[in-house]
Design a protein around this ligand. Sequence first.
Ligand code: ADP
Ligand code: MG
Length: 698
Amino acid sequence: MFDLTTRDIKFLSGVGPQRAAVLNKELGISSLHDLLYYFPYKYVDRSRIYAIREIDGSMPYIQLKGEILGTELAGEGRGRRLVAHFSDGTGVVDLVWFQGIKYVVGKYKVHKEYIVFGKPTVFNGRFNIAHPDVEEVNDLKLTPGGLQPYYNTTERMKRGFLNSRAIERMMSVLLSQVDGPLPETLSPAILAEHHLMPLTDALRNIHFPANADLLRKAQYRLKFEELFYVQLNILRYAQDRQRRYRGYVFGKVGGIFNTFYSEHLPFELTNAQKRVLKEIRRDLGSGRQMNRLLQGDVGSGKTLVALMSMLIALDNGFQACLMAPTEILANQHYETICRFVEGMDVRVELLTGSVKGKRREAILAGLLSGDVHILVGTHALIEDTVNFASLGLAVIDEQHRFGVKQRSRLWTKNDQPPHVLVMTATPIPRTLAMTLYGDLDVSVIDELPPGRKPIVTIHQFDSHRESLYRSMRKQIDEGRQVYIVYPLIKESEKTDLKNVEEGYERICAAFPDCVVCKVHGRMKPAEKDGQMQRFVSGEAQIMVATTVIEVGVNVPNASVMVIENAERFGLSQLHQLRGRVGRGADQSYCILVTGYKLAEDTRKRLEIMVRTNDGFEIAEADLKLRGPGDLEGTQQSGVAFDLKIADIARDGQLLQHVREVAQKVIEEDPDGTAPENVVLWRQLKALRKTNVNWAAIS
Ligand code: ADP
Ligand code: MG
């Protein structure tokens, strides 16, 4: 049989060069192998049609057959929706569309018979199905016992008639051409020991399951394999690293650290800070290169821990650097650190894109001679022209803004990689941290400095604007500042931008005596920084922004965070945004503004936000509600996280299990030479070649 991996998708009958180009561009599918591993996101029981009178609130996806009696437009603004009353003679359900209304109106006709598909929910005592799939009746095929696969497609694909059905047909052609078993990707021992379905059967059943039981077995096998190789990769790589990279030994805590601790530290460390510092000190003295993730909620005092770790490096004759994702953050860190070490013999410099000419040369020279002890900066730090005399510790703030590649470039600044401390305010649940970072050790600051007043969070409907403005006014009159944030989601960037602009004008009109600044993603960086600066300096009382407002920006005088369309944000994001306030001694508020109609999930999210300020509780809840693919920080991170079938939220137990399986393989076959594991190492090698992220993970 031909090799699936090298066979171009365009040669599959029914595809051709044009569709192949679209598949490639939209889904990254270029070979038959890629197509085969493009799994359905759901399956629908096409074995029967339900009657509307049978519907109750707890059904999965079901299939109805009937006609649209009439349509109406309801709601206003963002709540605007198209409602189609759909009946099969036994009852009526409302089909509801919030988006693509024009398209829907043109497409479906009244009193024509359709098959409708979706998950019914109850709202105001009526059943409705939001954004259902609607199909012509002649597309209907009842497959007794069989489950029909549904594949994700993009808007662009749908326009080119490459919908789920088209992919289903391609898959069916492809599978009919697979005549023998495909090369197995797990070892016989593992297959037997864990009762896994052979690969070829699993692939057939993942696309066209003959029944629910076979589907489950296929899913289990493929999830097992996927998570297993992620873990094998991490464990194998971690082991390599430990062998290869010794760490600098920072044996002593000396004069610089001690002077700072006893004479410069303006407050007592929290117990959590003390504990984490101990963990870090132990690493730094161990002779192993430290690779530690420092998690702590916003405002928990990570920067101070980072600084004190850097002082240990200095005490041992090394330099340290701190890299932040944006210029503003780098500036803030620089100022904070300068203030902390004022009067000490420690030279701190700031290096960003805007430091140029003589100033830059002086800093670079100082780094080479060792005169500069601590360098704070942006990406500018990893440029080739930046060289240290002896970089001992690199601290990276707000990790998720940096890709893995950038992180690893820091390593090449020395013959031996420096110790690395990664700080993040996005709490990552343990299971996820393990998969994402594998060999990173994790420290947690789970306590806020004393004296902080917990932020009061309120959920408000957007019809209550008057009272919202009154509360804002009160705070502004007391000299405080206010953030107003709008969502920005890529697909509908234009309308989102319109929301921000309209919001901005509305606020200017409602607060004519205030200075209002505005920040959004379409602005040039310099313009954005300029606007931010107006808020940071206190010149502007109100900032209207999309979520581009900087992670980690510290304006202690800001006491109100208004989040518009809060229903469109994920939990972690809401929590991050809320963390922009509550940094001073005053009572702060977070106001979540939404429309009336809320999905069950959304209601839960808002409830959690109102109930707790605990970032970890929120992260766990988020993981449960949304799954990790959406988890803030995992998407843009460039980390090995393109899971095709496994789901960290739901498959946590399996993850734990396969980690042990992978661990055992590594222990029994440390050199990767045992004949029974040939297939495993070969597969891992192949995966590392095709998955750039895997190869780069550190
Ligand atoms: P994070 O980076 O974790 O969001 P920061 O390091 O910016 O938090 O700390 C927030 C504020 O709390 C800073 O003003 C910092 O000086 C202050 N802070 C840090 N540790 C303590 C402490 N132990 N006691 C009192 N204030 C602290
Ligand atoms: Mg910070």
